[in-house]
Design a protein around this ligand. Structure first.
Ligand SMILES: Cc1cc2nc3c(=O)[nH]c(=O)nc-3n(C[C@H](O)[C@H](O)[C@H](O)COP(=O)(O)OP(=O)(O)OC[C@H]3O[C@@H](n4cnc5c(N)ncnc54)[C@H](O)[C@@H]3O)c2cc1C
Ligand code: SF4
Ligand code: SF4
Length: 399
């Protein structure tokens, strides 16, 4: 049997927080010196607890939550509606990461009383550069936690508390988090009973906290002085903005923050991620910049990829009730052009998993995500580069 200790040692943990929920808080998610949230301690679990974690852990397994009635695309998976969309409320659209669709859907679910609260993440008020899980109970609270948080987040540390309330709720979280929720549903029937909607973002990877710490260093700010750390939003994409308690403000543009991929400090699990496109969600929301990067600011346009009948009904009713606006259609190949990094990664993964196995590290168990099929698209030379790169990375982690 695999263990949490081994998953953490191999750096396959993404810090989703499920370990904390399934141990009723005996194990806590804590920030490591290298800037990742990890379960602490990593051993001493009861055997049944550890088995339950392993059965759902994103470091062990990834499974699409497919609706076979929908269209199937090799890259984008099962999908229904694919369209441009944005929040109808201009304040939400401006404040949010992209077009504010996730925030608007969360607000609508509360207003329609489909959900009693939204489990998602927001800035930690005491240390705003860091994130914490929250249960937003009003549309205003959902808006207060709008925007992408590019550092470590552990939304599933709140899953146990959310389920214990026994009320319907919605989750907004990363694709890997929703993968764990889907796997956990096989053992905990309350998930399918209570979770009214599973909403996600297309995800290029979670940076370690070191990425944000470097920005503070660049501005010569101590983290204790930070009163606001907004990764993007207030425009699309909007700047990364830091404010201090003594009223100083600092900004860098989105491109300044992200143009050098070598400084992203992305988690290992992200480089191996088989489902960054949210195939365990009801609706996945993406950026829609042609070529994959912004060329300037715009009013905020998102792309929606609907993945279930629940998602279709939600989009239809949120649009009819005036919470979101839905624009023109998007095709899988147009989305490829907007997410070229995602396409490259999907095609590279089969070779990367071979590289892991070369070093004796068990790759994740992948179900319904077409990784082997997409791997055939690589030339033998490209596959060899990906395989040896992954093997080198694993060797470094294990040394
Ligand atoms: C780490 C990360 C990487 C991303 N990479 C890509 C990419 O490669 N391609 C792409 O098209 N889009 C990417 N995005 C998504 C994009 O930034 C927007 O989040 C997405 O388009 C939704 O926009 P929105 O305006 O609808 O979201 P908003 O209305 O601003 O709502 C965002 C919601 O997501 C929740 N949230 C924010 N950050 C996190 C997090 N780290 N973990 C869990 N929940 C969170 C918030 O609580 C909020 O409810 C990424 C987002 C994140 C967080
Ligand atoms: S369940 Fe989540 S927090 Fe626990 S080891 Fe796996 S990825 Fe890490
Ligand atoms: S890239 Fe994958 S593993 Fe990394 S945060 Fe995004 S969904 Fe999770």
């Amino acid at each position: 049997m695999r263990t949490v200790a081994q998953i953490v040692a191999d750096d396959l943990c993404i810090g989703c927080g499920l370990c904390e929920s399934l141990t009723n808080g005996q194990v806590k998610m804590a920030m490591t010196n290298s800037g990742s949230l990890r379960p602490t301690p990593i051993d001493g679990f009861e055997p049944e607890q550890e088995q339950a974690i392993i059965d759902a852990c994103p470091g062990v397994v990834a499974e699409a939550r497919s609706d076979p009635h929908l269209l199937l695309d090799p890259i984008w998976g099962h999908h229904g509606t694919m369209r441009y969309a944005w929040a109808a409320n201009s304040e939400v659209r401006f404040a949010a990461a992209t077009g504010g669709v996730l925030t608007a859907l969360g607000q609508y679910l509360l207003a329609a009383e489909t959900a009693a609260f939204i489990l998602h993440v927001g800035p930690d008020p005491l240390r705003p550069m860091r994130s914490r899980w929250v249960m937003s109970q009003t549309p205003e609270e959902v808006l207060g936690n709008t925007g992408s948080r590019y550092g470590p987040t552990a939304p599933l540390a709140g899953l146990g508390a959310a389920l214990d309330r026994g009320e319907p709720f919605a989750i907004i979280a990363k694709p890997c988090d929703l993968g764990a929720v889907h796997r956990r549903a096989a053992a905990d029937p309350r998930i399918d009973q209570l979770v009214a909607a599973r909403l996600t973002m297309v995800c290029g990877g979670q940076s370690r906290l070191t990425k944000s710490q470097r920005l503070l260093k660049q501005f010569d700010i101590d983290e204790t002085a930070v009163s606001l750390f907004r990764y993007r939003g207030h425009g699309n994409p909007g700047p990364t903005r830091v404010e201090t308690r003594d009223r100083r403000t600092f900004e860098v543009s989105y491109l300044e923050m992200w143009e050098d991929q070598g400084t992203w400090d992305v988690e290992t699990r992200c480089k191996l991620c088989p489902d960054a496109l949210g195939e365990a969600s009801d609706v996945a929301v993406a950026d829609v910049w042609p070529g994959g990067a912004p060329t300037g600011e715009d009013e905020g346009f998102s792309g929606i990829i609907v993945r279930s009948q629940t998602g279709e009904s939600l989009i239809e009713s949120a649009a009819a009730e005036g919470w979101i606006e839905v624009g023109g259609p998007l095709s899988p190949r147009e989305l490829d052009g907007m997410q070229p990094h995602q396409v490259r990664k999907k095609e590279a993964l089969a070779a990367r998993y071979e590289g892991m196995a070369d070093e004796g590290v068990a790759p994740m168990e992948i179900r319904g995500l077409r990784i082997d099929q997409l791997g055939q698209r690589l030339s033998p030379e490209q596959a060899a580069v990906e395989r040896s790169g992954a093997a080198t990375r694993m060797r470094a982690i294990r040394s």
